[in-house]
Write a protein that binds this ligand. Sequence first.
Ligand code: FAD
Ligand code: NAP
Length: 335
Amino acid sequence: MEIITESLRKFNTFGLDASSKGIIAINSEQDLFDFLVQGLSPAKILGGGSNILLTQDLDAYILKNNIKGIEVVDEDADQVIVKVGAGESWHQFVLWALSHNLGGLENLSLIPGSVGAAPMQNIGAYGVEQENIFHSLNAIHLDTGVRKTLFKSECKFGYRESVFKNELYSQFFITHVSYILSKRNHVLHLEYGAIKDVLLNNNITEPSIRDISDAVIEIRQSKLPDPKKIGNAGSFFKNPVIHLSQYQDLKIKYPDMPSYPVDLQTVKVPAGWLIEQAGMKGFTIGSIGVHKLQALVLVNYGGGKGKDLWQLALDVQSKVRDKFNIIIHPEVNIW
Ligand code: FAD
Ligand code: NAP
């Protein structure tokens, strides 16, 4: 087992510098067992580093997940169950599915990171969440080394939430995730306005799953800062879900406030709009800031410090709370 001591800078999409007790590549379940028998602790699990904010040097070992493999484990005339190594790139998995005309992942195109992190926050975009196609996952308990299979109901998926962000936080190393993908009669999700607009612009009236993926990629590339050019971790905050009565009061004061009904009692308000209205869109201090086109994205223009980004996040949160009496919660994992 090799323990590498180098900065975590190139292991996180914010491009932040931090040290650790050492980085260990986990290429197989056996590598993980080899680590666990050493009794080294504590350990943190790292995928692509696209949803973490390093606020300090870490007094922990970093288990860099590289477990690979994509395998069809069951199928019938309509669908397949695909078991994927948690260290596979999520977007490469999406492309693999498209190349086999397997549906279900297309709206989730171009999300950075690894397959193993997808259940962690139940990744979602353009009206689809990974729980829509999730079958089960395999995980290993970090304290006991016991293998466990968790099915959908046990994962307690919610909006950017799961049991792994709550009661099982940091307890399990996810090694494989299995998804159910359609072979035919694909169910298409076209309700997000931007997807419809792109398809219309490209004169596509009967889209294939590939057309939807292409549309999502086009929208994402036009709107989101590329972490290879500007350090970021995507949306820093979750969109708040507020009670209908609070929404109705706010709507009188702010008639332009966008919103999406969640159920009969609650409404989702885009956090990006709240941050913009609170005057923070494009705010820059030193080499960090709030992105000038996407207020939901905090950025490191280069050389910024994680602790300053965290302070900026708290300032953004206070500004939104003071103006709207709404608390926006980070989506990004704070390390
Ligand atoms: P990491 O950042 O490495 O880890 C995130 C958390 O998961 C950590 O707590 C880590 O310990 C834990 N973890 C990672 N792997 C495992 C494992 N194998 N077992 C147990 N725990 C694990 N997210 C969305 O939901 N939708 C989007 O549309 C979206 N767009 C994005 C766009 C950009 C430009 C960026 C930078 C990020 C975006 N994200 C989005 C956030 C991010 O890509 C996802 O959350 C992604 O799933 C993180 O994967 P990762 O491998 O990089 O996780
Ligand atoms: P957008 O299209 O500008 O819309 C702003 C917000 O409004 C989105 O966050 C979305 O909520 C919500 N929304 C828009 N249309 C909706 C509809 N028809 N029904 C319900 N909610 C709707 O958003 P964006 O920032 O460009 O992102 C587009 C999609 O990619 C979103 O789904 C977003 O979550 C996802 N994304 C996520 C990250 C991340 O890091 N988590 C980063 C980039 C993009 P939802 O977020 O709940 O979908």
